[in-house]
Ligand binder design. Sequence first.
Ligand code: SF4
Length: 475
Amino acid sequence: MKVIWPISELRQGDNLPGSIMVFSSLLSRNGFQSEVLPDDPATIISALKPGEPAVLAFSCATTTVARYLEVNRRVKAKRTVFSLFGGVHPTLFPEMIEEEGVDALCVGEGEGALIELLTNLSEGRSIDGIQNLHIKREGQVYKNPIRPLIEDLDSLPVPDHKIFERAIPRTLWRTLVVTGRGCPYRCSYCSNDPYRAIYRGKGRWLRRRSVDHVMEELGALKASRRYEFIRFVDDIFTLDQAWIEEFSEKYRRIGIPFGCLTRANYVKEPIVRCLAEAGCWSMSLGVEAANDRIRNEIFNREMTKDEIIRACEIIKKSGIKLGALNIVAAPDSTLKEDLETLEFNMRLKPDYCSVLMLQPYRGTAIYEFVRKRDLLEDDPINLSWAGVNLRSFIKYPTRIEKLKVENLHKLFALVVHWPWLKRFLGPLVRLPLTRFYYWFYRRMCNYQEYFIATPLKIGLRNIVKRSRLYSWIRG
Ligand code: SF4
């Protein structure tokens, strides 16, 4: 029984789903093969022999679900495959089992369910009662309860990065590492709290791998001599000081520059100093919104402005590049409040900043907030990956007000980086040039990511390797 993971935007290798690396190791430990392929139906069809038993497994967010459903339909028209959907979207919106071509979906953590499904399918046994899965068979849906959380993350095998190395042979130069699961906060736009609610009474939500388990993975990455940068994508990497001290001590032998994410109230001088000495190049933290009402009442960030200012000062003092993460276009907000966030960023002077447009994903608290107030202009289920950062799904009193917010979002990082541009912002946001500004937005994202959040020499080398000219020269 073979498993195929179709992935969007695979060639870029920028946002690889870390869960697939764990699944890949677990599958080979249990005698199953798995492979990552681009989400191109023709490629998937040609990778499958007619009649070959296979599972098509999609790891979906709301932004990829429409595309993956379409890919699935097209593959199923030519090959007999079992289609399984997992990830954030099916977990928070299991009603998607009704979609054409979906044979099963996985709610929550999928390790146990996937192995049980593959074993039962290969042995011809019933799959109807597998915990975490909703199964559709002959028009009937079997909804099964969720199994307890995996208490000890060290019981899982070390993630298999090779599955992506095979899929992106030439240009994969950085990778991501996940050291824990769960977050203690309840930000209204995030999937963390609804996930935790699903698992109430099913075990400890906040879990972390031991440093030695993480080092085993990092040692393999170093030995591969492929990776020039590592991103630790845990929501709050600095959560536990003792863990960070042990990690920093042991990471020195790895010697690959890295970046991580944190939260202002978990930024302490001794922790940041340890990470700087271990080779941390960049650290991003959520500013989200400068206005107290938006940040704490609408986003439920539970954070003061002073905490953010102090955390930014500590990171900057350590020599680590500081990244500020922001959200504009909150429901029940105005352009004035988004400008307040821009000005706050100009005061914080981050080395780079990222700005998202708030999208109220189904299952989150903010989705309920906008739905109850009738502030939803369109269903977020219709979002595409590109659409996330192009337009807002929130209703505004007038079209021009919405246009100004959408345009401000595209120009935000440019103005923070080059503050003299601020004087042109007023007239620029009024112009109907959102798509044109989006082009700058994308370039700015790349510029910051390759030349600031990553050491310049490494970023430059790899942007050249990604270019068409380089591919042409290499043949
Ligand atoms: S701190 Fe980050 S991961 Fe935790 S709930 Fe808030 S947004 Fe989600």
